[in-house]
Ligand binder design. Structure first.
Ligand SMILES: NC(=O)c1ccc[n+]([C@@H]2O[C@H](COP(=O)([O-])OP(=O)(O)OC[C@H]3O[C@@H](n4cnc5c(N)ncnc54)[C@H](OP(=O)(O)O)[C@@H]3O)[C@@H](O)[C@H]2O)c1
Length: 237
């Protein structure tokens, strides 16, 4: 069965948190949204919730740490859509934020790199044929963090911060490589957001955290590419 809405989006890690809200807002903008989730139960539940609100949301099983799972997800996607307008690399992990780099276990850095950097690279590479088929130009948004900004970086969460700086570099590389193919690639700091990761004391709602990402996915000029954004303005790298 093909999607009903002609515009399509894939959001990784959209079973909860900021990703689920990005999916909701993209649905409200008229997209058929693929809820990419490594957890079958939570992913189906999130898709069902959006469908119950009258949207077109399709569960897509995907663990971004597993290249085969990504390939299988692209296969499932191709049975329902022939092009991809928007890809949001939102899935991410943050572990041991309080352990300084002097005590950091490099295996922790390895895990952060696998989910926050290698995963997005493979997801972009594997969905590229479908992004390239979008008639009006496609958009890729990588969900980064203020923690990845070199100008602001101090001792907080070394593995996570290094991985998000690397994700910003990945964004620049893809943006330059894909500019001639009308595919915009940007990276976003959503701010400190109330989710399982951000905690209960974070000042921002998921609605506010998702806003700039959805703006880049829908309204921002396609000529805006290779940039780091916060609150719809360019942020310091
Ligand atoms: N919250 C903040 O204050 C904040 C600030 C700056 C940046 N960010 C960034 O915003 C993004 C979303 O964060 P959040 O606050 O919504 O975090 P969250 O509530 O912890 O949600 C993280 C999401 O990523 C998914 N995920 C993790 N590893 C995965 C994997 N290997 N494969 C597929 N999905 C995976 C999780 O799936 P499971 O449910 O299966 O674990 C979950 O859906 C992240 O990239 C984060 O770094 C957040």
């Amino acid at each position: 069965m093909r999607t009903t809405h002609p515009k399509t989006a894939v959001v990784t890690g959209s079973n909860r948190g900021i990703g689920k809200e990005i999916a909701r807002q993209l649905c409200q903008c008229g997209f058929a949204v693929f809820i990419a989730s490594r957890d079958m139960h939570d992913g189906r539940e999130a898709a069902d919730e959006l469908c119950a609100e009258g949207h077109e949301a399709i569960f897509l099983h995907m663990d971004v740490n597993d290249p085969l799972s990504i390939k299988n997800a692209v296969g499932t996607f191709s049975q329902k859509a022939d092009h991809l307008d928007v890809l949001v690399n939102n899935a991410g992990i943050l572990e041991n934020a309080d352990v300084p780099i002097t005590k950091m276990n490099v295996e922790q850095l390895q895990r952060a790199m696998e989910t926050n950097v290698y995963g997005p690279i493979i997801v972009i590479q594997d969905f590229l044929p479908y992004l390239a088929k979008t008639p009006d130009g496609a958009r890729i948004i990588n969900v980064s963090s203020g923690a990845g900004s070199l100008q602001r970086m101090r001792t907080y969460a070394p593995a996570y911060s290094i991985s998000k700086t690397a994700l910003n570099a990945v964004t620049r590389q893809f943006a330059a490589s894909l500019q001639d193919r009308r595919i915009a690639v940007n990276t976003v700091d959503p701010g400190w957001v109330q989710t399982d990761m951000g905690g209960a004391h974070a000042p921002r709602s998921v609605e506010s955290g998702a806003e700039t990402i959805v703006w880049l996915a829908t309204e921002a000029p396609l000529t805006e590419t290779g940039k780091f954004w916060k609150d719809k303005r360019e942020a310091d790298w």
